[in-house]
Design a protein around this ligand. Structure first.
Ligand code: ATP
Ligand code: MG
Length: 603
């Protein structure tokens, strides 16, 4: 395992700041693609990034699927492993770029035969099975819009999303259809075709559905000629996680591939021959942008595991598949931390070179732990469904400041801003001052709208910026530090407190496995800081421990920021993509209705 990182003295920027993890050029096993942040940033242009892709033959535009598959399948990577799929029972299926070309051609031909036209929405409701990946890319070849539905959704969230997007065609498995779609099928009037992946070949399928396997077998595999694709043609419809309210359908276009490709290279440090494992499900934007598109446009090998989280299984996959780049999320990392350092020590993880995380704030504790345990820190990065790709990142060559999200990608103009009541926008330039993260529009994977919600989309823009709804601070060296979502920020006795800082300090206590912090309404203070704390196994929720945690937080955060109330819980409400739903905790606390819970994980 790489042990080339050194830990230096503490870096007192924010209360959550830990030791800096220094990167030294002489220790690079593989030279990072981005070696010098400032130099790469000043030399960068999106026009140059576009040149790294091929474009459709004869100047016919830009199509994600062509960049991800066809250009490799027609070149030296034809026989290179594109996807290694690992089934729940450990069965393995390999797909080269050449195989994927044939299969996605077949799927695109199926769509064509069924009359699916450019711009029609093709939904896929499936677990992480090969057909999902083939359908996604085949859909893009036919210039239809790919819309993934997370397979654990119940009938109502499925219906809501198909209705909003006007689904024309749905691909799903026989089992999911029976359990979740059959009952709502007739309530989605736009839905013309349901293609089923049968449980076993030749199985009798429900009336009104078609057998995808048969259609695929009958479809011509060879040439599928991708029709001219305007880079501005809609390619993807992605629903947000629904952490702060009703999920929104973010629209992305084919041009997004330029950002997917280059951010894979710069932020995830993809190199030829990398074996990359993105643990996210394609039902969420990370699982599509980085679980499908970015690795394939970069011509590397993706690992797809059908099974859900399991610490032993994950370490075995990292070892056996010789994973080099691993992209995961804070919830999973915290679960790995819970299982301890002894388990990974039993596995040979020496192939790992680069670790990254997204989706939620990554507590400094987790970065330090992974550095100690794997010899490599997790590199936090930040982005949203709306941004389509990574916007702020800790790069392989850059020192890591645990608790910081890193710096904006080359080509991304980020700022910390404040919107005043009169509508004017002020850019905050002094370091350490909190404001909203805003981005100057113009990068290729920028969302082009919320499906059927024009006004909601327009409200995101002011003063030439896209407002992200997330609060952060920037330190004197340009590193961004997440504070919280605007909706989650706690206003107590005139202070503004971000839950992340409080949660991070609680997580540093050895009894605490997870925590969520909210503002609880209070007649005197406006709100008081309340923490929900989940303890490690074997720890008892006693009053003594509560007092100890309060004192622990007070000594680190000060009395104004430390929680005034701590409640021990056995679960925290999370979205199915792993984000803590603080709004739910708050509504429960206030005795209010829970609101939209369509993405709530059922424990
Ligand atoms: P909704 O918009 O429906 O409330 P959501 O914002 O959770 O849901 P996503 O687009 O999946 O939906 O998540 C993006 C959000 O996740 C970001 O705006 C941010 O709040 C959070 N996030 C992502 N990465 C990070 C990170 N590295 N650190 C802190 N927060 C992050
Ligand atoms: Mg959001």
């Amino acid at each position: 395992m790489a042990t080339h990182l050194t830990v230096a003295a503490a870096q007192p920027v924010l209360a959550t700041a830990h030791s800096v993890i220094h990167k030294r050029v002489e220790d690079w096993a593989v030279a990072p693609n981005l070696k010098d942040y400032s130099a790469t940033r000043s030399a960068f242009s999106w026009a140059a990034a576009l040149k790294e892709l091929d474009g459709l033959p004869d100047g016919q535009g830009l199509n994600i699927a062509h960049e991800a598959i066809d250009r490799h399948a027609c070149g030296p990577l034809r026989n290179h492993l594109a996807i290694r799929w690992i089934g729940k029972r450990g069965d393995v299926r390999d797909y080269t770029y050449g195989d994927l070309q044939i299969l996605t051609n077949r799927f695109a031909n199926v769509l064509k035969k069924l009359g699916a036209q450019k711009g029609d929405r093709v939904y896929v409701l499936a677990g992480r099975i090969p057909e999902l990946y083939i359908a996604a890319l085949g859909t893009l070849k036919q210039r239809c819009v790919f819309c993934p539905l997370f397979s654990a959704f119940g009938p109502q969230p499925i219906k809501a999303r198909m209705t909003i997007g006007g689904a024309k065609l749905l691909v799903t498995t026989q089992c999911l259809y029976e359990r979740k779609v059959r009952q709502i099928r007739n309530e989605v009037p736009t839905l013309e075709h349901v293609l089923i992946i049968p449980e076993e070949p030749g199985a009798e399928l429900p009336p009104g559905t078609e057998d995808l396997t048969r259609l695929m077998a009958a479809a011509p595999p060879e040439d599928f000629n991708i029709e001219p694709t305007d880079p501005q043609d809609v390619a993807l419809l992605h629903f947000t996680s629904g952490t702060t309210g009703t999920p929104k359908g973010a629209i992305h276009v084919h041009e997004a591939v330029v950002a997917h490709h280059i951010t894979g290279k710069l932020a995830l440090d993809f190199h030829a021959d990398d074996i990359f494992w993105c643990t996210a499900d394609p039902g969420w934007v990370t699982g599509t942008s980085y679980g499908i598109i970015a690795p394939l446009t970069n011509g590397i090998t993706c690992i797809v595991d059908e099974e859900d989280f399991d610490a032993e299984r994950w370490y075995r996959i990292l070892q056996d598949q010789k994973v080099t780049v691993w992209y995961s999320a804070p919830t999973a990392i915290r679960m790995l931390m819970k299982t301890g350092k002894e388990l990974p020590a039993k596995y040979d993880l020496s192939s790992l070179r680069f670790l990254a995380s997204v989706g939620e704030p990554l507590n400094p504790e987790a970065v330090v732990w992974s550095h100690e345990t794997y010899g490599l820190p997790f590199h936090d990065n930040w982005w949203q469904t709306e941004t389509g790709g990574i916007m702020i990142a800790n790069f392989a060559a850059m020192d890591v400041r645990p608790g910081s999200m890193g710096k904006p990608l080359p080509g991304i103009d980020a700022a910390i801003v404040q919107k005043h009541k009169d509508g004017s926008v002020e850019e905050i330039v002094e370091p350490g001052v909190q404001g909203e993260i805003a981005l100057r529009p113009g990068w290729p994977s920028m969302f082009r709208g919320y499906w059927q919600e024009k006004e909601r989309y327009e409200k995101c823009f002011a003063g030439g910026f896209y407002f992200t709804g997330d609060l952060a601070k920037r330190d004197a060296d340009g590193y961004y530090w997440f504070v919280g979502r605007k909706d989650d920020v706690i206003k107590t006795s005139g202070h503004l407190i971000g839950p992340f800082e409080v949660e991070s300090v609680l997580l540093e206590h050895k009894a605490v496995a997870d925590s969520a912090v909210i503002g609880k309404p209070d007649p005197m203070a406006g709100e008081i800081v309340k923490a929900f704390v989940l303890l490690h196994e074997g720890r008892q929720p006693t009053d003594d421990l509560r007092r100890e945690l309060m004192a622990w937080a007070r000594s680190r955060l000060g009395a104004a920021v430390a929680p005034k109330e701590i409640e021990f819980v056995t679960t925290l409400p999370r979205t199915r993509s792993g984000k803590i739903m603080r709004r739910l905790l708050k509504n429960r606390e206030m005795g209010l209705p829970e609101g939209d819970t369509s993405t709530l994980e059922q424990s």
